[in-house]
Ligand binder design. Structure first.
Ligand SMILES: Cc1ncc(COP(=O)(O)O)c(C=O)c1O
Ligand SMILES: [Zn+2]
Length: 422
């Protein structure tokens, strides 16, 4: 049994009953329906000791704090990812302790599997036939895969210029894909059409932003639960979070409060929002002390980090609160800094991330330089997506290796005359 007591709109405060399966606030105010749990009941079975007895991995390891009954688990086996002690990178950066939470091994190779595991489980509970998403990226891949496994039809509304490489993954999982033309400036046509399809056709909206589906937000909370368990319940000083819509940050902030509410931690890790310089509405608002209401969409978002290009941070309200309340920060990084992170992570630690997935490391380096994070702090960098998603982003970084005869002398002379690639 799920332990949900109700849902409450983050904008107007209107309350909803869990049995009504609400998706959006009826006031049309784009508030997220924050899910409320019976923490006293959860505390009866959710403890450090009881967790130790449960099998590692999967979002339903933490079933008391999930909004869907675990019998609707789709069963692709997300989560349970390693926390890698990054000693070589730590040495390069001159920091004492650094860990990488490596999400690249998830079923579709990004952390979005955690969100869609819950979003699609809810769709199964609600007997949904068709799920719709506005995204061309990792969230759409995750939704398509989980829907395929659950026997639910998925429709992905993607921007007109989405790359065929990304679209192919969705098509392979059986999604219907439509490229949607931009006709109005400042309005995301994929989000607009997704809402229309929900209202007119009854499709289940499952994008990875809270205001259009409150259930999937709960999946990424499990990243924080896992990190705490992996650190033996020590709270790290900072967690660096690659950020687009702010949904992941919102989930992590909720997870922090869950754990404190259950008395499992006394302190919060500082949550750090990392955005690319070419799309940093949330980071700018944090740094300039602006409110969420003052944020305007980025007119032309541009970055090598294709997963961090949401022009508007739909979950920015809770994300900003999380950053503020935990003593975190926002930081913007350039494409060069992001590519440095991709290269360093792979060549020092053996972890191959896509640019969006490596941005957290670039953010850490910048905040160390700025002095906001100190070299004696313990930091966790979230590595949110695999480099195998976008191999073309790294192919151009290197020269073609030399062709040599199968002779040891040639091998030795080339090794001494050529540099290491990194
Ligand atoms: C690899 C990767 N990292 C981070 C994010 C950012 O997540 P959010 O949009 O929840 O802020 C995304 C979003 O698509 C992503 O694909
Ligand atoms: Zn509302």
């Amino acid at each position: 049994m799920a332990y949900v007591t109700g849902l409450r709109c983050s904008r107007c405060g209107r309350r909803y009953e869990p049995g009504d399966n609400p998706l959006m606030c009826v006031e049309g105010d784009l508030g997220r329906l924050d899910i409320e749990y019976d923490y006293d009941l959860a505390a009866e079975s959710f403890s450090r000791e009881s967790l130790r007895e449960r099998p590692w991995g999967g979002v339903w390891r933490y079933w008391e704090l999930m909004p869907v009954d675990r019998r609707f688990d789709v069963g692709l086996g997300e989560g349970g990812t390693p926390l890698i002690h990054a000693g070589r990178l730590a040495e390069e950066l001159g920091v004492k302790t650094l860990h990488l939470k490596d999400e690249t091994g998830n079923p579709t190779h990004s952390f979005k599997d955690r969100a869609m595991a819950v979003g699609v489980a809810k769709a199964r509970e609600m007997n949904v036939r068709t799920a719709v998403i506005a995204s061309s990226g990792n969230a759409a891949a995750a939704l398509s895969a989980y829907s395929a496994k659950a026997g639910i039809e998925s429709v992905a509304l993607v921007p007109e210029d989405a790359s065929m490489g990304k679209i192919a993954q969705l098509l392979l999982y059986g999604a219907r894909v439509m490229r949607v033309r931009q006709t109005e400036e400042g309005v995301d046509p994929t989000v607009k059409l997704m809402l229309e399809a929900h209202r007119r056709l009854g499709w289940y909206p499952c994008p990875s932003f809270g205001p259009f589906n409150p259930y999937q937000v709960e999946g990424p909370k499990t990243m924080l639960y896992e990190i705490l368990e992996q650190l033996g319940w020590r709270v790290p000083d900072f967690i660096l979070v690659p950020t687009g819509s702010g949904c992941l940050l919102t989930g992590l902030w909720k997870a922090c409060r869950d754990m404190r509410r259950l008395g499992l931690i006394d302190d919060y890790p500082g949550l750090v929002a990392v955005q690319p310089e070419g799309n940093q509405p949330l980071v700018k608002a944090i740094r300039e002390g602006k409110s969420f209401g003052e944020i305007r969409p980025t007119p032309y978002p541009k970055s090598v980090a294709s997963g961090l290009l949401d022009p508007f941070p739909w979950d920015g309200d809770a994300a900003m609160e999380g950053v503020r309340e935990t003593g975190g920060m926002g930081v913007a990084v350039s494409d060069d800094e992001i590519m440095w992170a991709v290269k360093s992570m792979a060549s020092r630690e053996g972890v191959f991330a896509e640019p969006s997935g490596a941005a957290g490391l670039a953010g850490l380096r910048k905040l160390l330089d700025e002095g906001f994070i100190s070299r004696s702090d313990e930091a966790v960098v979230l590595v949110t997506g695999s480099g195998l998603k976008e191999p073309e982003k790294v192919a151009g970084l290197f020269e073609k290796p030399p062709v040599i005869e199968p002779e040891i002398s040639q091998l030795q002379s080339h090794l001494s005359s050529t540099k290491r690639p990194l």
